[in-house]
Design a protein around this ligand. Structure first.
Ligand code: HEM
Length: 565
């Protein structure tokens, strides 16, 4: 079944090449006047056309076992639902489908060139897919090529037994008893970020040349792009806590590693074209195309690999000198003895990217939502200022996990941001073998689109206010209110931001603590409003999704430095 839905490039190429060779060497006289290359191309195109006809017209309407599943309207004969998906902001059509199309846990829709996709919508299906039958489903092999060259083939892309072993050996580094020791670092780095940002805002005053009191007011404000600052702070945090190295990105806007990640994760026209080609052709072929984007990715990966190699070498030298390695993730991985140097590089590349792009996306959306909702912003600020020591206070009071985790409203806002705009909006699973879900046969190769962006806003799971930003859903109404722990949702699987099961985000606790510290420092120090008021309407923001989702043109907010904290 799998063969019939993904282009069988190897078989097509072998048949074309063998036939072309036999013909050009005179063994097939009927085509002997054709040259080897032209015959190869002609045969290849012919078979490709047959395959397209099969996929576009025959398989989906005559042979697919999922013809009975509900399918949204508006399917294009050639491009499936792709035009709708492209036209609206990320995930929007899926939110509509999940909320309006009657279904029994699965919706069927079609991607570019009518590639069949299943969209799980209820906790029973998600439980089997993500937890009980997790290893029957894998990430598409093309991801190993596409994402692997940027993130390394680390935990995120390992499959089966290889994944189980890696996860077991990395788990200790992410256990809460370890994460709780990192809170002071999350806090001090967030503080360093906000101090640098304050300096930047106040320095704009000098160039404006304030004179009267009105100008003084203006001089305490400046417009900044949130994503870049958040990325730099998160990069330094993962540097110190993950790898034991301060990259210094907060203090240096031109930091090379940060620039490289910004380029990697900003989709250009070329990367979008390559993305589309990947839907038809094998990723390993597409990445060989001699275009700038491919060259840039290779160069970026080479740089990041070198950084990781250096870090590992330095740690190993320490180990040889019998010095203590430290508390960071890399040290835990080295001490487990379970990883070769090459595999450690892949793990580090994964942690570096997965560990800072996601948090930066969460921060960007948090600042967006707080700027849009000034009353929530003020209430949060009041809690932060009353419960946490002022950043101006140099008494070097350490912030602990108890300080942060006991702040009801801060945690409610963070949870609601992560629900409302999950940084990783979509992930894919492909059945690695014939299997079943809810008793329905699932042939090998079936593609599932898991869309936190849509499930997190399902009215069936969250209630009629699912599409509203409401931190209060996470605040207990009284001491007996247990439902607030899950935001009032009817199932844990309603919150898919970190997924669930054996392949859920290993960095979840890390990320939540880091995010809470970063947000607390920003909201305690700055008043924030959107520079472009039109963006208050979410529909007006064009969202870019690579691995994470962020506003395509960045998020520009006017920050005002507030006194007294
Ligand atoms: C708000 C921040 C974060 C979000 C929303 C997030 C989300 C996710 C999601 C959805 C997955 C599953 C991807 C899939 O299987 O398709 C994942 C996996 C992963 N995340 Fe995170 N993540 C965040 C922060 C972090 C941090 C800080 C780290 C490391 C320090 C990290 C490391 C990983 C790793 C290594 C995996 C692969 C786990 C596995 O397959 O066993 N993430 N994350």
């Amino acid at each position: 079944m799998d063969l019939f839905r993904t282009l069988p490039v190897r078989s097509i190429s072998v048949v074309s090449l063998t036939t072309a060779y036999l013909a050009s060497s005179g063994k097939l006289p009927i085509w002997s006047q054709w040259s080897l290359v032209s015959l190869f191309l002609a045969l290849w195109s012919l078979q490709f056309s047959f395959w397209l006809i099969w996929v576009l017209f025959l398989y989906n309407s005559l042979f697919s076992p999922f013809q009975d599943l509900p399918t949204p309207d508006g399917k294009h004969w050639l491009f499936g639902h792709f035009p709708i998906i492209k036209k609206f902001p990320t995930g929007k059509p899926m939110i509509e489908w999940v909320n309006t199309l009657p279904n029994d846990g699965l919706i069927r829709y079609f991607g570019l060139f009518n590639q069949e996709r299943l969209l799980p919508t209820n906790p029973k299906v998600l439980t089997e897919l993500l937890t009980t039958k997790n290893y029957d489903f894998q990430k598409p092999s093309s991801w190993r090529w596409l994402i692997g060259r940027m993130l390394g083939i680390g935990l995120l892309l390992a499959e089966g037994d290889e994944h189980k072993v890696q996860r077991r050996n990395l788990n200790p580094a992410f256990h809460f008893r370890h994460i709780k020791n990192l809170y002071p670092i999350f806090w001090s780095k967030s503080k360093e970020g906000v101090e640098a940002l304050t300096k930047k805002v106040l320095s704009e005053k000098k160039s404006n040349g304030p004179s009267g009191p009105k100008d003084q007011e203006v001089s305490r404000t400046a417009v900044v792009e949130v994503g870049n600052w958040a990325s730099r702070i998160a990069l330094d945090i993962i540097g110190v806590t993950g790898l034991g190295r301060d990259f210094g990105a907060i203090l240096d806007p031109g930091n090379e590693l940060n620039q490289i990640y910004q380029n990697l994760f900003s989709p250009s026209k070329q990367s979008q074209t390559l993305g589309m080609l990947n839907l038809i052709f094998p990723a390993r072929l597409v990445q060989l195309l001699p275009v700038q984007r491919n060259a840039d990715i290779l160069e970026a990966a080479r740089y990041i690999r070198n950084v990781c190699h250096d870090l590992i070498r330095a740690k190993k030298e320490k180990q040889e000198r019998k010095e203590s390695l430290g508390d960071d993730i890399l040290s835990t991985a080295i001490e487990s003895g379970a990883f070769s140097d090459d595999n450690l590089v892949d793990q580090l590349m994964t942690f570096l990217a997965a560990g800072h792009e996601t948090t930066a996306s969460a921060m960007t959306w948090a600042i967006y939502l707080l700027s849009k909702n000034p009353e929530i912003q003020s209430r949060l600020r009041a809690e932060v200022r009353s419960r946490l020591p002022s950043l101006a206070d140099d008494s070097s009071q350490e912030i602990t996990s108890v300080d942060i985790d006991s702040m009801t409203y801060l945690n409610a806002v963070c949870s609601e941001v992560l629900r409302y705009f999950p940084p990783a909006p979509v992930t894919i699973r492909v059945a690695a073998c014939d299997t079943s879900i809810q008793g329905r046969h699932i042939p090998k190769g079936t593609q599932f689109m898991i869309i936190p962006w849509a499930i997190n806003k399902s009215e069936a799971l969250w209630g009629p206010d699912a599409r509203e930003f409401k931190p209060d859903r996470w605040v207990p109404k009284d001491e007996t209110d247990k439902s607030a722990a899950s935001g009032g949702a009817t199932s844990n699987y309603a919150f898919l931001t970190f997924l669930h099961g054996p392949r859920s985000c290993i960095g979840q606790q890390f990320a939540k603590a880091e995010f809470a510290c970063m947000l607390a420092t920003w909201v305690g120090r700055f008043e924030m409003e959107l520079e472009n008021k039109e963006e208050e309407d979410e529909e007006k923001i064009s969202i870019k999704s690579t691995l994470t989702a962020r506003p395509e043109k960045g998020l520009f907010v006017r920050l005002k430095v507030l006194d007294g904290w």
